[in-house]
Design a protein around this ligand. Sequence first.
Ligand SMILES: NC(=O)c1ccc[n+]([C@@H]2O[C@H](COP(=O)([O-])OP(=O)(O)OC[C@H]3O[C@@H](n4cnc5c(N)ncnc54)[C@H](O)[C@@H]3O)[C@@H](O)[C@H]2O)c1
Ligand SMILES: [Zn+2]
Length: 679
Amino acid sequence: MTPEQAQNEIAELTQKINYYNEKYYQEHISEISDYEFDMLLNKLIDLEKQFPQFTQPDSPTQRVGGGITKEFLTVTHKRPMLSLSNTYNEQDLRDFDERIKKTLGDAPYEYICELKFDGVAMSLHYENYLLTTAVTRGDGEQGDDVTTNIKTIKTVPLKVHSQKLPPNFEVRGEVVMPHESFDRINDEIAKENEQREKEGKKPLAFLANPRNATSGTIKMQDSSVVAKRNLMFYGYDFLADNQAFITHEESLKALKEAKFNISTDYVKCKNIDEVIDFVNRWETKRYDLPMDTDGIVVKINDYSQRETLGFTAKSPRWAIAYKYKAEVASTILESVVYQVGRTGAVTPVANLKPVKLAGTTVKRATLHNANEIARLDLHQGDTVFVQKAGEIIPQITGVDMSKRPQGVAPIHFIENCPECNTQLIRKEGEVAFICPNEKGCPPQIKGKMEHFISRKAMNIDSLGEKTIETFFQAGMIKTVADLYKIKKEDILTLEGFKETSANNILAGIETSKQKPFKNVLFGLGIRFIGETVAEKLANFFKSIENLQKASLEELTTAPEIGEKIAQSLIEYFKDEDNLRLIEELKKAGLQFTMQEEDKPQLSNKLEGKTFLVSGVFANFERDEIKNVIEAHGGRVLSGVSGKLNYLIAGENAGGSKLEKAEKLGVQVISESQFLEMIK
Ligand SMILES: NC(=O)c1ccc[n+]([C@@H]2O[C@H](COP(=O)([O-])OP(=O)(O)OC[C@H]3O[C@@H](n4cnc5c(N)ncnc54)[C@H](O)[C@@H]3O)[C@@H](O)[C@H]2O)c1
Ligand SMILES: [Zn+2]
């Protein structure tokens, strides 16, 4: 590269990055992915290193990206609030470790690895143990005073009781929006927009992602709206004029004791290999968390060592962020097709011009539902960004507006079922459009049959999706009851079926008649009746007749059966066709009564005791542990209450459950203590 080229490129990159920063921090909009942004920034850093003479005075490599606004009081930070240097690869972590080693000489050191919450940085000031101000990071020197908004966050203590913390101090942390609030708000916007459409008003914009939603929320003028958005605060740094602690870990523990919301998912590492282990462990595990994280922050534990290491203009030298790559590519949207599922839910799927992404070729991306199409404001022929982040099906994260062809039409969700042409409906409070033609819509009929023969239902493995399709096309089966009427001659008339395969199929169907009642009940595919619910119902009501007779009230007295499930059962049994189907299946010899031996009983060691399980277990799947409790005579409850005897806490057990259990004096036990109980 000639110096002239470098100069031009540096100028261009500087301008581009400053533009994206402005959008991101002031307007809460990401026009490109974080990864693409970071790659641009890295390129600029490299060029400035080679050609320092061309570094611009407003270079984004020299300062923190945010800014301050006119809407709030400006506060100057007592101590600058910096960014973190970041990386997407292991080698950079090792290089970081080498630099640390070199600066610290021979001294031993430890790292603390924390989750990197993807939200907005916030500094909380306490004076005499009272929260006085909450300030955004802003440009690192000055931030916005958003105290009133932050006071609405339940996880921020307004008054602190602590022997370990000095009376005046600062806590820094991340404000995040949990997925649950994010989804709820977008659902509300969708509803509001339906009304607006009727009134001919312009629709409201959807929240793009939880991070941008958080930053928009924090800058709102009406704190009563902020309060409704259920933001959370995670503390990760303690500062005071005279440092009260020797290590970062001590400060985290003291903050936690003082009732600050401190994530317990941090570890102390002796070397960089342990750090890399932690990074790898969380790569996919993080998707189970109720909020977004975008990486791991690695920090030196000892405060005096931090002092030795110091800061650059933009970030501390004693910390680094490892960011997970949500790989992104851009490609052309060729068409949107609609798939009808077993339950009638219609899912839009984007067909894409094939593009390489995270090692595979991507041709399709899910669009989830109609809201998503509206949120993205998709038009025919758009160039879109696709991302693969843990999920198997890639997602479209945005549209490259600069590449939108002129005069193209927006994409509207279809109004009629693509399979049976019935007009689609949307149930109250649900986002998905569904085809209501349950009994006449081919994918729904076939879906019901596939569900019926599946492993956890009737387990007829001599039949598969393909055979069902063939039988259905040939007009041999219209309902699952027809399966039991199939004759060998019928099968042999079909192309590709021989004596042995026909015998096989019939034998499988015959054996299924012995499947216990709970499997049959699950196999019927009644809305909201999953495998566990079917088992609960079978155990409680013992026969289909009892279940059919039960009133709404009686149904809800059964363990863990709520209004929604009860209502669905009532509706199911109201339908003549369903009753006829059950009669036919009974005639065919299927089990509609529970046999005592259906329920495995291992012991009565837990007789009369109640349990709740929370978190992840080493020896059991979550449902499995519930079955084991019941097999030993115990009962499983669905929430923490005075009736609860034991809470079995696995890894990542819910904090609020634990807290409530503690308050109510419920005994919290570990997985191994539980194993002891049933030994
Ligand atoms: N897509 C875009 O258009 C666009 C534009 C600008 C910036 N960005 C993104 O934002 C980044 C720059 O933002 P940044 O300067 O806030 O850096 P950053 O988000 O990469 O890292 C620093 C921040 O991490 C947060 N953090 C979360 N958990 C933490 C923990 N446990 N300990 C310490 N800090 C923790 C803090 O808020 C801290 O300020 C860019 O790298 C890019 O990914 C994207
Ligand atoms: Zn249909």
